[in-house]
Ligand binder design. Structure first.
Ligand code: UT7
Length: 331
């Protein structure tokens, strides 16, 4: 029997209009364009200014972009996986609302929360549903309104993050194209280095937690950087080794956009020149769950059927991993 693989057959994306530049950040905190550019590679990021709109707004826009580009009937979607670190609400799953809003009335949906690795883990999850043979169309959305958890008086975090969303459609493939292999990892040692202290069951919100700014994201940047730079490169090397891939066999690295220096280290380890590395950190910053699909949106026209892509991410938890995927279409 021919094996079913899970192929990406369409992509869509959305970023809000408002552009938060390094120059604007210079007026908010003690920082400068030169420091931000050389330490991170970021020049600007997009921010969803409307205070009455949450992550679902971004996700719906990205999904609608995909649906429209692909001319897809949303009633055919079987499952919507919503990868996010900033759900609209702590309990009612954001994906469920998004699925209803886009007309995916025959789908079931859930949120997948794994910090910056949410989308990567979501790819693995989506693939398992497709490979089972039972589900034919799985929509994976990565969206985050990071501005909702960022303290714009903290220069160590406010320069990094941005808002955005991307979506991909997974469908069955019988030509051995799609998700080929993966190497996913996690380690709870990271819990204290990248987190939001309050608002969960461990520390429910109080007037004190709000006053102490404990609902904002905290990052021990140096420590996270050390783990990220070695671990992201390690998993890329591992997934290449598992599949007998040399640098010249890989057409694209699709890396989480957290810091240009982390991406460069992974590309170096894989033996890839800059031209094979998807990069949009300069214009969007770190959009957490949206970085990988937004890369696909930006580079879609350059991708060819059969191209070998290596996706990689590292995030809070710690969570990290790499996925090897063969691209399914020419656009
Ligand atoms: O996506 C999830 C995973 N996250 C990551 O992968 C992020 C990993 N970490 C990083 O990307 C980097 O650690 C940062 C970009 C967050 C920080 O860069 P760094 O090179 O690690 O800087 P640092 O924290 O070691 O700080 C170096 C200096 C410090 O000053 P002193 O102590 O040397 O005098 C900081 O106070 O830079 C200072 N600094 C800044 N200066 C200007 C920290 N933030 C800023 C700033 N502007 N925004």
């Amino acid at each position: 029997m021919t094996k079913i693989t899970a192929a990406i057959t369409a992509v869509g994306g959305y970023v809000p209009d408002y552009v938060l530049t390094n120059q604007i950040l210079e007026t908010l905190v003690d920082t400068n364009d030169e420091w931000i550019t050389t330490r991170t590679g970021i020049k600007e990021r997009r921010i969803l200014k409307d205070s009455d709109k949450g992550t679902s707004f971004l996700a719906i826009k990205a999904a609608e972009d995909l649906i429209q580009k692909r001319n897809l009937d949303p009633r055919e979607i079987d499952l919507v996986i919503m990868a996010t670190a900033t759900p609209d609400m702590p309990v009612a799953a954001t994906g469920v609302y998004v699925a209803s809003q886009i007309g995916a009335v025959n789908a079931f949906s859930f949120d997948l929360v794994a910090a910056c690795s949410s989308f990567l883990y979501g790819m693995s999850t989506a693939a398992r549903y497709i490979e089972s043979g039972k589900y034919k169309k799985v929509l994976l959305i990565g969206a985050d309104k990071m501005s909702s958890i960022v303290d714009y008086t903290d220069r160590t975090t406010c320069i990094i993050f941005g808002d955005g969303a991307g979506a991909v459609l997974f469908e069955p493939n019988m030509e051995n194209i799609g998700l080929m292999d993966e190497y996913l990892r996690s380690d709870g040692v990271g819990r204290n280095h990248l987190k939001i202290d309050a608002g969960g069951s461990l520390m429910p919100p109080t007037a004190e937690t709000v006053a102490n700014k404990m609902h904002y994201v905290y990052q021990d940047g140096k420590t996270v950087f050390k783990f990220a730079v070695s671990n992201m490169a390690d998993v890329c090397a591992k997934v290449m080794e598992q599949n007998n891939l040399q640098g010249e066999d890989v057409n694209w690295l699709v890396p989480h956009q957290a810091n240009k220096r982390i991406i460069d280290a992974a590309a170096n380890r894989m033996g890839l020149p800059d031209e094979k590395v998807m990069m949009n950190i300069h214009k969007y910053g770190n959009t957490t769950s949206a970085t990988l699909p937004l890369c696909l949106v930006d580079y879609e026209k350059q991708l060819k059927k059969g191209d070998n892509l290596v996706f990689a991410a590292f995030g809070g938890g710690f969570t990290w991993g790499a996925i090897y995927l063969k691209w399914a279409y020419n656009s």
